[in-house]
Design a protein around this ligand. Structure first.
Ligand SMILES: *Cc1c(COP(=O)(O)O)cnc(C)c1O
Ligand SMILES: [Zn+2]
Length: 391
């Protein structure tokens, strides 16, 4: 499989990551013979004929096959008819497992010395877990000031963790060069191998929905997942399995929103100086696939919006109390964005919208407050009667 630049159409070989024009490339998939599978293979390998890797035994088989849920109690809040794709069900709790499964399998076949990634959170955990399952050595480059808690989550899989002092945005590009020199396959956020795996969330979603929703809404950081979703939909259209693409809505935290800013101002994505956000899994201030996200929004008549910290907090709570879903703030950002789009009239109550809930909240629950009363057992009957009386 060759790679191709989405922007200038230049074709390169399979190992290419970025085009001479500066934009990221993706795999040039042959979709002509693709039909919806009729077998009962589930997970990312269900779509192996559209992927640049063949399945290997192990954890990769646990990636994907997540439920698409109708969430009626959230319709009013979201301002539309809502479905959610629950990516928290992946083996390390995020959609990153789809990209890791495919990228690590491909790295194994390429006979590299090691697989690597630059991340201080979900992608590091996911890449290390999938590498562990295949026995491939794994190098994880993290920022020098990483928290102990995050280090613990990543280190359970025993990758080679290296804290790197220096510009974290630059590390993304430097790691790719170093990887080429040293035979380490760096499967960073938006490299073609990872984006290929990330496609499967949209393939699954369309198959489960049994058609095309009016819109799909998801949080974006580097733009890797967004690129995968856009690519998958284009491939389905090429294969004549869908007639038109849904509108693609992308959401960022207002405290770190380089892509939304570029969308608003009508210019290319530029690095920004961010403020801290609860949505730290999506706080990339210099997104390598930012312009590709802008192109996806433009082509599908979608948008890129950003939301406040208060809106993110509120959406996280509503996902729990109206749908029973425990997600991290970075996922809830998508719901907050959808609510904003509905308030602006870009989405209406009859629109059928699928939200991608990218990651679990179980990794970071320690900040949650509770005000549960303490009641003596002998008084429990009385107390419960009062509680029920209150409702
Ligand atoms: C990585 C991540 C994202 C953003 O994905 P990109 O591909 O970098 O745009 C969103 N949500 C969660 C939970 C993530 O871990
Ligand atoms: Zn190009």
């Amino acid at each position: 499989m060759n790679t191709r630049c989405y922007s200038c159409d230049e074709v390169s070989d399979a190992t290419r990551i970025r085009c001479d024009c500066g934009e990221p490339v993706w795999f040039d998939t042959d979709t002509t013979a693709f039909e919806w599978p009729t077998d009962d293979v589930r997970g990312v390998w269900r779509y192996a004929s559209l992927l640049p890797a063949a399945p290997t035994d192990g954890l990769g088989w646990a990636a994907g096959n997540t439920p698409l849920l109708r969430t009626p109690r959230l319709d009013e809040y979201a301002g539309c008819t809502l479905w959610v794709k629950d990516e928290a069900e992946n083996p390390t709790g995020t959609f990153k497992d789809r990209g890791s499964a495919v990228a690590v399998a491909a790295a194994e076949a390429r006979d590299v010395n090691a697989v690597g990634t630059v991340s201080h959170g979900n992608m590091a955990m996911s890449t290390a877990a999938h590498a562990a399952a295949t026995g491939l050595p794994c190098v994880v480059l993290v920022p020098d000031d990483i928290s102990e808690k995050r280090l613990a989550a990543i280190s359970q899989y025993e990758p080679e963790i290296i804290r790197v002092a220096g510009d974290y945005g630059k590390l993304y590009f430097d790691s790719l060069e170093l990887g080429e020199e040293l035979g380490i396959e760096f499967v960073n956020s938006d490299v073609p191998l990872r984006v290929a795996g990330q496609k499967t969330v949209a393939l699954e979603l369309i198959e489960q929905f049994d058609g095309v929703p009016d819109a799909i809404c998801l949080p974006v950081s580097s733009g890797g997942q967004a690129s995968g979703v856009w690519k998958a939909l284009r491939e389905l259209k090429e294969a004549n399995l869908i007639d038109a693409l849904p509108r693609l809505y992308f959401v960022q935290a207002a405290n770190c929103d380089p892509i939304a800013e570029a969308f608003r101002e009508g210019h290319e994505v530029r690095p920004i100086d961010p403020e801290p956000t609860a949505a730290y899994s999506i706080a990339n201030a210099n997104p390598p696939s930012g312009n590709r996200v802008l192109a996806a929004a433009a082509e599908t008549d979608g948008a890129v919006v950003s939301v406040s910290e208060a809106a993110i907090h509120d959406a996280t709570g509503n996902l729990a109390t109206k749908a029973g879903l425990c997600v991290e703030p970075s996922s809830a950002v998508a719901l907050a964005g959808l609510r904003q789009l509905a308030e602006r009239g870009e989405v209406d109550a009859t629109d059928r919208v699928a939200l991608i809930l990218t990651g679990t909240g179980f990794k970071e629950l320690d900040g949650a407050a509770t005000d549960a009363p303490s009641v003596p057992l002998a008084k429990l009957d009385e107390h419960l009667a009062t509680v029920l009386g209150d409702t």
